[in-house]
Write a protein that binds this ligand. Structure first.
Ligand code: SAM
Length: 462
């Protein structure tokens, strides 16, 4: 479908380094956005065996382009969290993290604007198991999709919180790494969502830049001295990008950092007018990805705001008799503490106990680590999330499924399995866990969560 860009929008981009009016407009007239996936290193499978030869995303260790966009809903591996469907340009965050911090060290990281969780899942893959990832989404109705995506990703070291940036900003000098993937005017995604073109105006871009300033001023005090701030948008506008970079340097004494982006990647390096802050802009007529901007900064000074107030957290350590019920379900090589929160058991890395106290006690916590299940009549009823998590004991019985069986399972239909065993087991597709079943002789009970089941049928595929 042909889409036309407003003259005021094109006008606003004139003079941006790398902007080529003709080829930019052509790329928007008949858009063919590339589809990319990023693999979950914690859930390996035979990717080329399943999808055939795939072209790698040049700036990502785990990213691949697909030859066409499939219906992901009919791929069990998507439901299992074996990969995340992510716009290729966004995957450049990996380069920023690897080049600005030592990902093997123990870091406290914050993804401030995290839903639906694309960049949080990438951060979780990059950070060491001893690092803490706080994934925040301020809009309450968007927090569940963030929880769902992080649950499927299966890592243990994350907290999902639902706070205003100002509340997180009170954790003075707490974080080593903060990502602000800011809400923006969204022009970078016009090719994927042509309906959004009508919403764009110079005033809308300006309004977004004011909101970005508010968010950044709220959160900057929580960055440690020497800590790294990564700022990104999916907008092309200088007001939301280079001007914001200048404003950050001025207001918070941040030093801009340069990221190595080799020429063959065709990413445009830009410099802000006043402070020469480096930024990286992605133009869809130059590379296989949509519009995106990212820049990185180091904090030179400490914050001068309130100190963290320790409040009593809502959760408690699990009593010893309940621990004894839960431990046999868990991976012995993964040291975790067990907590009770709202009647459910959660596992969180033991090494991060103090982080949980500090961060969790001050924030509106939606989830800590992995949800393990509920204890009923002295037995664990395992949570779906446990089956998808790194916390699961590898000795738990596994039932491999073929693709049609896996889809039946994900539709929450009856799956027939012929086996002697009785009890809880996980079902797998291509070696990746999909969820729980309870085998009762000739029949099995399907424990796939009702709210996540596939509703679409092959008939209403298109
Ligand atoms: N980082 C996400 C990812 O990679 O999947 C995408 C984030 S999206 C660009 C921006 C997010 O900021 C949205 O989830 C939106 O709800 C949130 N947001 C909106 N207004 C906000 C505000 N005032 N403060 C913080 N976050 C806000």
């Amino acid at each position: 479908m042909k889409s036309t860009l407003p003259a005021a929008f094109i006008q606003s981009l004139e003079g941006l380094p790398g902007f080529d009016r003709e080829s930019f407009c052509r790329a928007h007239e008949y858009p063919e956005p590339a589809t990319a996936i990023r693999l979950n290193p914690q859930k390996p499978f035979d990717v080329f065996g399943v999808y055939g030869a795939l072209e790698p995303v040049p700036w990502s260790r785990w990213g691949y382009y697909l030859p066409e966009r499939p219906l992901f809903v009919f791929d069990p591996l998507w439901h299992a969290g074996a990969y995340y469907v992510q716009e290729a340009s966004s995957m450049f965050l990996e380069q920023c993290v690897r080049q600005c911090v030592d990902p093997s060290s123990s870091l406290r990281a914050l993804d401030l604007c995290a839903a639906p969780g694309g960049k949080s899942t990438l951060l979780q893959s990059l950070l060491s198991a001893n690092s803490l990832l706080v994934s925040n989404e301020v809009i309450k109705s968007r927090a569940p999709i963030l929880e769902e995506n992080l649950s499927k990703w299966g890592g243990l070291n994350s907290l999902v919180v639902n706070n205003d940036p100002r509340e997180l900003g009170r954790m003075a000098e707490y974080f080593d790494l903060i990502l602000v993937d800011a809400p923006c005017s969204g022009s970078g995604l016009f090719r994927k969502d042509p309906a959004a073109i009508k919403e764009w105006s110079p005033d809308a871009a300006l309004m977004c830049s004011r909101r970005q300033q508010r968010i950044l001023s709220d959160i900057c005090p929580s960055l440690k001295k020497g800590g790294i701030l990564i700022y990104s948008t999916c907008s092309y506008s200088a007001e939301e990008n280079e001007d914001m970079a200048d404003w950050l340097c001025e207001q918070f004494n941040l030093s801009p950092l340069r990221i190595d982006a080799p020429d063959p990647w065709s990413i445009t390096e830009t410099k802000s007018r006043k402070y020469g802050a480096f930024g990286y802009r992605f133009f869809p007529d130059k590379l296989k990805g949509e519009g995106f901007y990212i820049s990185c900064f180091k904090k030179e000074e400490g914050a001068r705001s309130e100190r963290l107030v320790h409040k009593k957290p809502k959760w408690s350590r699990l009593p010893a008799k309940d621990e004894a019920v839960v431990r046999p379900w868990l991976n012995e090589n993964m040291p975790v503490n067990l907590y009770a929160l709202d009647g459910e058991v959660f596992a969180f890395p033991s090494a991060l106990e103090q982080e949980l106290e500090a961060a969790g006690g001050n924030l509106y916590l939606k989830k800590a680590g992995a949800r393990i299940g509920k204890i009923a009549q002295g037995e664990l009823v395992p949570a779906h999330e446990l089956a998808l998590s790194a916390a699961l004991n590898e000795k738990i019985v596994v039932i491999p499924l073929k693709k049609d069986q896996a889809l039946q399972y994900l539709r929450k239909e009856t799956v027939t399995i012929d086996m002697e065993y009785k009890g809880w087991a996980t079902v797998q597709y291509e070696g990746v866990n999909l969820g729980w079943v309870k085998v009762l002789g000739s029949r099995i009970n399907n424990y796939y969560p009702k709210e996540w089941r596939i509703l679409k049928t092959e008939k209403n595929k298109y």
